[in-house]
Write a protein that binds this ligand. Structure first.
Ligand code: 26V
Length: 747
């Protein structure tokens, strides 16, 4: 079925008396058929992206756009008296929890858009990332039953099931395909676990709590389950097409390991080649080395997957044997390279009774990449220093990107139209053309101000509907939306708000442009301090918003259940993007890029991709503050005493004391005291103020106030914002994916 037929069928569609869900299913099914009709010829070489997460969000609008029928569908439905926006009630597919998963989704979009054969493999979780409710200021997690209205964009492939064996059970992996539309139709294949009740559990939840042995076991099963299904299928396909000539496998297949979660795919690949296909171990190893590559997404050591040998031996005895063999082989190789015993230990696949997935990926992967320039440099200089010394050629940087189709064309039609009007619409096909905007910035600043005001109004309407919070027009919007983590320093923003609030009350902050601070974040369910920060922000919001003396100037809103669809509205309606992680800890960030593209200035630290953002859009058009990596390193070495800072700075002392002096209630949970302790004496195994919140707080507040003052000259401020849009093409995932295709996958 082609486009024309789709539109004819849509015209004919009876809509009377149908529910939103029924219409959604029928239209989606029509569009899916239309999209599949121009499926591409199979490519000679394909790349596969193995990822525990694909945070696709809502497919409906995006797929219609990719198929080139969104506007027509809008019109046809309007004629039938239906506003296409009713489909906004369709749930997001939240099969991921943050940047890593959303990046995977952007990559698939870009590859299809560019006509590159990249396909995803992951897990079809029954429940996506939990839905977040806020009760009395606290996060409450509710199950996200995203398939309850059916899933019209997925196709179950009954005939392509696979059997995955664990020592104690057999699981059926059933593939569901989600076509990815663009210049070519690629495929995201998500495996669902079927069989016994225990077997089904494998694809039930994303990130089961892994603080118990049972939780760890389940996560290990998940990782093996989808990795094994993927490489098993690829090897079988190869045999079917080319026979048992595995030497050629890497000529036709490239496998990208998205962080450490799918790294067991390497062991399974070697197991299958040696045990099932009778390839010698050396040959199997060499084929693996040509096939796999690995992306690291975080320097936080707790996020690098390691598996206890007991666990692996218990449920995957053959994988255990392969891992030990790999470990011994690695040792031989490292001795030949004349590594010291310390270096061998540092790079060991197996040590202290654990298997390190990162070290396995570093040993086998032909390429290892970080996700922003600074991040890759940190990998080379610290986290993977030894590996870099012996395998320097493996290391590459691939700065992240975002798809401009979802994150500009779809979420900001108004700005896209202004760009069309100014430079023509070629940028929609070739994003590098966006830079032509640079020649017209002051001419279109006034129109841009109108677009921003409109997007803000839409955002405020939505916030009113979702949160019940009414925000006055014309407020400057500062947004910090991302996972909740101490290193991302939402707590620092909360303290800064308190200082500004105090300043407004006592008259030390004057001439302040009315502003709202928006937060959106989910915390890992077991992460106590992150949850305490959510409560703290909500307490601050309650106080600030109800203070008649200041609430014409300052508001705070924590939006609940932040997800991809919410993000689409927030990035378009924001003036100031807050990217304030402790330098060295945010691998890249991708929200920063979305805001930049939509014309927000960045208020941030020299961390992750912020560095490249200001390099391209100009430091003068953004607001950089705080300690840089060198200084953080120095502070760590020489010691740093946040209590001294508190003594010296009355404002900081005021804000931090609010955690314990009864200004706010944590409902007797003691969670605010824990935050206070974390800042002053250190909590858990951390040093006092482990993330240097108090160190950077003063320069942060000054930056926020400087932005506020600058925004008074609306036109000059709009020029800064537009400079960001005009120079954002580099952060398109089209650019990133082209680099992966050329430098890593050779497709
Ligand atoms: C690890 C763990 C381990 C404990 C259980 C929960 C959990 C959840 C996720 C992870 C992996 C975190 C890695 C990650 O998401 N990194 C982010 O990747 C983005 C895309 O490259 C990047 O922009 C962000 O800076 C980086 O934090």
């Amino acid at each position: 079925m082609d486009r024309q037929l789709y539109l004819q069928n849509l015209e004919k569609l009876k809509t009377n008396g149908k529910t939103v869900i029924e219409l959604y299913n029928e239209i989606s099914t029509l569009a899916l058929e239309c999209g599949l009709s121009n499926a591409a010829k199979p490519a000679a070489k394909n790349a596969y992206y193995l990822s525990m997460e694909f945070l696709i969000g809502r497919s409906f609008f995006n797929n219609l756009m990719e198929l080139g029928v969104l506007e027509e569908t809008r019109d046809v439905l309007a004629k039938k008296g239906i506003d296409i926006n009713i489909f906004e009630e369709i749930e997001d597919a939240a099969l991921g929890n943050g940047g890593l998963g959303r990046l995977a989704a952007c990559f698939l979009d870009s590859a299809a858009g560019l006509g590159l054969p990249l396909h995803g493999y992951g897990i079809r979780y029954k429940y996506g990332l939990f839905k977040q409710a806020i009760k009395n200021g606290f996060q409450v997690e509710l199950p996200d039953d995203w398939q309850r209205f059916s899933d019209p964009w997925s196709i179950r492939r009954e005939n392509e099931k696979r059997i995955i064996k664990f020592a104690d059970m057999v699981v059926t992996a059933v593939p569901y395909d989600m076509p990815v539309f663009g210049k070519r139709v690629n495929n995201l294949r998500l495996w669902q676990a079927e069989g016994s009740e225990k077997a089904q559990k494998i694809s039930e939840y994303l990130y089961p709590a892994d603080d118990t042995e049972e939780g760890k076991l389940l996560r290990l099963r998940q990782e093996y389950f989808f990795s094994a299904a993927a490489v098993g299928e690829l090897l079988d396909k190869h045999v079917k097409q080319y026979g048992k000539n595995f030497d050629k496998f890497a000529e036709f297949n490239a496998i990208q390991l998205n962080d450490t979660h799918p790294v067991l795919a390497i062991a399974e690949f070697i197991r299958l080649l040696t045990a099932e296909h009778k390839v010698g171990f050396d040959d199997a190893l060499n084929i693996a080395k040509k096939t796999f590559s690995y992306t690291n997404h975080t320097v936080l050591p707790e996020a690098l997957e390691c598996w206890g040998d007991g666990l692996v031996k218990k449920i995957l005895p053959d994988i255990y044997t392969v891992l030990i063999k790999l470990h011994l082989r690695q040792k031989e190789e490292l001795v030949k390279l004349k590594c010291t015993p310390e270096e061998v230990a540092d790079m060991a696949i197996y040590s202290s009774e654990r298997f390190s997935m990162a070290n396995l990926a570093l040993f086998i992967g032909h390429t290892v990449n970080g996700v922003a320039k600074l991040h890759t440099e940190i990998l080379k200089a610290s986290l993977f220093k030894t590996a870099y010394k012996y395998y320097p050629d493996k290391f590459q940087n691939k700065t992240n990107g975002i798809t401009q189709r979802r994150w500009l064309m779809l979420c900001n039609r108004e700005l896209s139209a202004l760009i069309d009007k100014t430079i023509g619409s070629d940028w929609r096909e070739d994003i590098s053309k966006l830079s032509e905007l640079n020649g017209h910035i002051s001419d279109i600043a006034d129109e841009f101000i109108k677009v921003k005001a409109e997007k803000k109004k839409q955002l405020f309407d939505y916030i009113k509907e979702q949160e019940g919070a009414e925000l006055p027009n014309g407020f400057l919007v500062y947004s910090q939306v991302k996972r909740l983590h101490e290193y991302k320093r939402q707590l620092m923003t909360a303290l800064a708000i308190l200082e500004i609030y105090k300043g407004l009350k006592d008259g030390t902050v004057t001439d302040f442009q009315p502003s709202v601070f928006l937060f959106g974040a989910k915390s890992a369910p077991a992460y106590r301090r992150a949850k305490a920060i959510i409560k703290f922000i909500n307490e601050i919001a309650k106080k600030v918003n109800s203070d008649a003396q200041t609430n014409g100037l300052l508001r705070v809103v924590f939006v609940h259940n932040y997800n991809v669809s919410y993000a689409e509205k927030i990035v378009a309606g924001t003036d100031v993007s807050l990217q304030v992680s402790t330098a060295g800890l945010e691998a890249s960030g991708t929200g920063n890029m979305k805001f930049m593209m939509n014309g927000a200035v960045t208020c941030g630290t020299m961390d992750g991709a912020n560095i490249e953002i200001v390099e391209l859009a100009g430091k003068e058009n953004n607001y950089i503050f705080g300690a840089e990596v060198d200084e953080i390193e120095r502070l760590k070495k020489d010691g740093y005493d946040p209590k001294e800072l508190l003594k010296a700075n009355g404002l900081h002392n005021f804000a931090v004391s609010a955690l314990i002096d009864g200004t706010f209630s944590d409902d007797g949970t003691g969670c605010f005291k824990e935050l206070y302790d974390a800042l002053t004496v250190g909590a858990s195994w951390h040093k006092p103020d482990n993330y240097f919140v108090l160190h950077d707080l003063e320069s942060f507040v000054n930056s926020l106030l400087k932005i506020n003052a600058d925004s008074k000259d609306a036109k000059a401020f709009a020029v800064k914002q537009l400079k960001n849009t005009a120079n954002s093409a580099h952060f398109s995932s089209d650019r990133t994916i082209s680099e992966y295709a050329k430098d890593i996958w050779k497709i």
